[in-house]
Design a protein around this ligand. Structure first.
Ligand code: NDP
Length: 329
């Protein structure tokens, strides 16, 4: 079977040569309660940060030789587990390999049938992150002006809709024309290009009264532009800083952060794994919204199996995706 590993630690831009696709012996059918065949693997910005030498305190660091892993949708190929049958779908965090032996813990089971792809996005980790950041931490309402950057991406597209559904005025940004067209088709009226040099001026024009809630996903100049127009007493939910993940010092703060203190803006950083006990609440609230079509969601499916994953991630980190990027195996 095939397995995707980190070949060497990237310094700066991630490249194909940092990955190794290796042949290893397949697990035996009876080596664990379940034998799983991954069909879809999520491609996420945090994967690049797991490759950093500094590591993280909430998730294992990847070193040269580490088997990569990701949020996955897998078919049960063989089961000796009383609660699972062949053909069921398993959803959870799995190693990136074509066959996985598993004991079934920390996996969600869905019945056989069409792949339950909603669990790869609006009901999966990206939907959960958007819900945590908006509904649990940001709590927008009708008096808010909310900024959502990278809004044609996975987390941003859901977060922006949640803010709008809560009655807020929402300013969305995206770095490519087709992404902005998609956001307009979802009825977002104020759609800006965060990659333009004059983004800060455009944002100030679009929010003459200031931003009351910034859902920050990009960092760098985009974060700095938002800080400039934050209204006194506002809040910043720091979801991510993708523009910094390939920089030498990814934890660097924008130079105008002091403004937030002066204006009494609450800064609320979060990572979804710290809130895993809320996943059941999230599913209970969000499943009807997805079933009734209240939340639009879009997948960006890259074909080609594990061999396609390196390019899919490299592309994601450069903004190539529209919607939630996943790789099909
Ligand atoms: P996306 O689907 O949004 O893809 C990433 C997007 O970031 C790109 O498509 C690109 O869109 C945008 N982007 C903006 N500026 C840059 C830049 N300088 N370099 C590269 N890309 C840029 O990814 P996700 O929805 O999975 O993640 C969005 C953010 O949320 C990330 O910061 C991520 O780390 C964070 N996150 C945080 C979690 C948490 O627990 N706090 C969990 C999951 C994600 P464009 O073309 O519009 O610029």
């Amino acid at each position: 079977m095939q397995q995707l590993r980190l070949a060497s630690r990237p310094q700066g831009e991630l490249r194909n040569e940092h990955f190794a696709l290796v042949e290893t012996p397949a697990p035996r059918r009876d080596s664990a309660a379940l034998l799983l065949r991954p069909r879809y693997i999520s491609v996420d910005p945090y994967m690049r940060t797991r490759m950093r030498a500094e590591g993280y305190d909430y998730i294992e660091r990847w070193d040269a030789g580490s088997v990569l892993s990701g949020w996955s949708l897998a078919e049960v190929e063989h089961s000796r587990h009383p609660a699972w049958q062949r053909g069921d779908w398993a959803i959870g965090h799995l190693p990136m390999q074509t066959l996985v032996a598993h004991d079934g813990t920390a996996l969600r089971c869905q019945p056989p049938g069409d792949p339950p792809l909603a669990f790869m996005h609006p009901l999966g980790m990206t939907g959960f992150t958007a819900w945590l950041g908006m509904c649990v931490l940001g709590k927008p309402g009708p008096t808010d002006t909310v900024l959502v950057s990278a809004a044609a991406g996975a987390v941003g597209s859901i977060a922006a809709q949640l803010a709008r559904n809560a009655g807020a005025r929402v300013i969305v940004t995206a770095g490519r024309a087709d992404k902005r067209d998609w956001l307009r088709s979802l009825d977002f009226a104020t759609v800006l290009d965060h990659r333009r040099e004059d983004f800060a001026e455009r944002l100030a024009e679009a929010a003459p009264q200031g931003i009351t809630l910034n859902f920050e996903s990009v960092g760098g100049g985009v974060f700095a532009a938002a800080n400039d127009v934050m209204r006194t007493g506002g809040r910043v939910v720091v979801c991510g800083l993708i523009s910094q993940y390939q920089q030498a010092d990814p934890r660097r703060a924008p130079p105008n952060m002091a403004l937030l203190g002066e204006r009494g803006v609450a800064v609320i950083p979060f990572v979804a794994p710290h809130f895993s006990q809320r996943y059941a609440d999230f599913l209970a609230e969000t499943t009807p919204r997805v079933t009734h079509g209240e939340l639009h969601w879009r997948l960006d499916v890259v074909q080609g199996g594990l061999a396609a994953l390196p390019e899919a991630l490299i592309g994601l980190l450069a903004g190539a995706n529209l919607g939630k990027r996943i790789v099909a195996l």
